[in-house]
Write a protein that binds this ligand. Structure first.
Ligand code: EPU
Length: 434
């Protein structure tokens, strides 16, 4: 199994291009189930989740692939299959986003339940609520969510939950509503830019979606959708990861190809921590301070601080001169990185859904384990500033969402190598990865 060996001490300098957003391209790929003819999706990152979804879609009769330049071409060639098997869904919980399109276009679906994972429980009650409102009630049978929906109709539905709205639940409901009879109103919709990007793609397919990116989305159903060409938005989480790395290493890094307006909360935290951030519409330059200041961070739905950057920010705050409180409001259990950071010498105390970071402790290299994608990024960043060598194991998590991160950090001056730690047989997860 691959691991990364990170040598600490480098100050990152230079320019890095951000890739297309993983969390945009996945639901957009699923949306191709709704249309006739080929779709061309440009700017997809070369990450494992994209390849996993290609397999899920292939099993559903959607044929195509990803070119080396990041273009994904997909076309429905067999509209018969309706099963998304556990063996594939367990590898990537985002596979659930085929549920809405299957019910809308094939009127039947049997999709494995994603189950929980290291970042906490991953319920789909709000997905089911949205689809039920449209006339597609589902049941749970043998670990699968199963639905039959001869005809979908427009409806009003509120999708807010105890932790805010749901990104993929909004995506599923929105996709299903594009082919329903009449008008659907989603209130309490997720406002993440990836939802707006999906709506932009659906509209290019011929859908009539208004208001995506706001809490109120209105969809007028149409008879049919056709394939479309679309370039996905830049990955704001990847961009934020590089920006935090620059701030931590007293670096000077320009992240190019971003959509700066998606990064407001992260830029605000970095500036509060003492980094100098200068921006244009499509680039952010981050110059790290000699000494970082502590900052309290609370993750929230967009436009708040993304939960997907919480772990990376915690690594940064370990270096700050004083106490920071990191509170997780989306996934209250998303703290598996805490124990690993402690192994590197961080002074952290977990109190319910918050972690008190007593900054300033010197981090030192250790062998640590990536438990999920963002925890993996956090540990690589911690390794960049730790004394000595940090060996980050189970980086298949990292490869799910970051394209060749070590090569791109090395181009900025980091010293990271990848090798096989020879532990495959003992450590290979039996069932389910994050
Ligand atoms: N929730 C419910 N009921 C539901 C669905 C969600 O209570 O039916 C809760 C969740 O438990 C959580 C909150 O609502 O507390 C938000 O979950 P959401 O449904 O928005 O998460 P998701 O759509 O499954 C996407 C991203 C995640 C990201 C979250 C939150 C994709 C493919 N995944 O997941 O990304 O953390 O939104 O922003 O878009 C990652 O990239 O590392 C990642 C985990």
């Amino acid at each position: 199994m691959d691991r990364l060996i990170v040598k600490g001490g480098a100050r990152l300098k230079g320019t890095v291009q951000v890739k297309g957003a993983k969390n945009s391209v996945l639901p957009i790929m699923a949306a191709t189930l709704l249309g006739e003819g080929q779709s061309v999706i440009q700017g997809s990152p070369d990450v494992r989740d994209v390849h996993t979804l290609l397999k899920v879609l292939d099993a559903l009769g959607v044929r195509g692939g990803r070119d080396a330049d990041g273009t994904v071409r997909l076309e429905v060639q067999d509209a018969g299959p309706t099963l998304a098997h556990y063996d594939l869904v367990r590898q990537m919980r985002a596979s659930i986003c085929v549920l809405g399109p299957l019910l809308a276009r094939r009127h039947r679906a049997r999709v494995s339940l994603p189950g929980g994972c290291v970042i906490g429980v991953r319920p789909i009650d709000l997905h089911r609520k949205g689809l039920k409102a449209l006339g597609a009630p589902t049941t749970i049978e043998d670990g699968y969510v199963v639905g039959d929906a001869p005809r979908l109709h427009g409806a009003s539905v509120f999708l807010g939950g105890p932790f805010g709205s749901t990104v993929l639940g909004t995506a599923n409901t929105m996709m299903a509503a594009t082919l329903a009879d009449g008008v659907t109103i989603i209130e309490g919709a997720a406002c993440e830019p990836e939802v707006a990007d999906l709506a932009a793609f659906l509209n290019k397919m011929g859908a009539r979606v208004e208001g995506a990116g706001s809490p109120l989305v209105r969809i007028r159903g149409v008879e049919r959708l056709r394939g479309a060409t679309h370039r996905v938005i830049p990955d704001r989480i990847e961009a934020a990861t590089f920006m935090v790395a620059a701030a931590m290493t007293r670096g000077d890094v320009t992240v190019e190809g971003v959509c700066t307006e998606h990064l407001g909360a992260v830029i605000d935290i970095l500036r509060s921590a003492g980094a100098e951030v200068t921006t244009s519409d499509s680039a952010c330059r981050v110059v790290g301070p000699e000494k970082l200041a502590p900052v309290d961070v609370t993750t929230l739905p967009y436009p708040g601080v993304p939960t997907d950057v919480q772990a990376q920010l915690m690594a940064m705050l370990c270096l700050a001169d004083g106490i920071s409180v990191v509170t997780e409001k989306i996934y209250p259990d998303r703290f598996m990185h805490v124990a690993e950071l402690q192994r590197m010498g961080a002074d952290l105390r977990k109190e319910g859904p918050a972690v008190i970071v007593n900054g300033g402790a010197k981090l030192s290299g250790a062998t640590v384990m990536a438990s999920d994608l963002r925890a993996g990024a956090c540990l690589v960043l911690a390794g960049l500033v730790a004394k000595g060598e940090t060996r980050v194991r189970r980086i298949y998590h990292l490869d799910r969402g970051y394209e060749r991160i070590e090569e791109r950090l090395n181009a900025l001056g980091a010293e990271i190598t990848r090798d096989d730690d020879g532990e495959e047989a003992r450590d290979k997860p039996k069932d389910g990865e994050e």
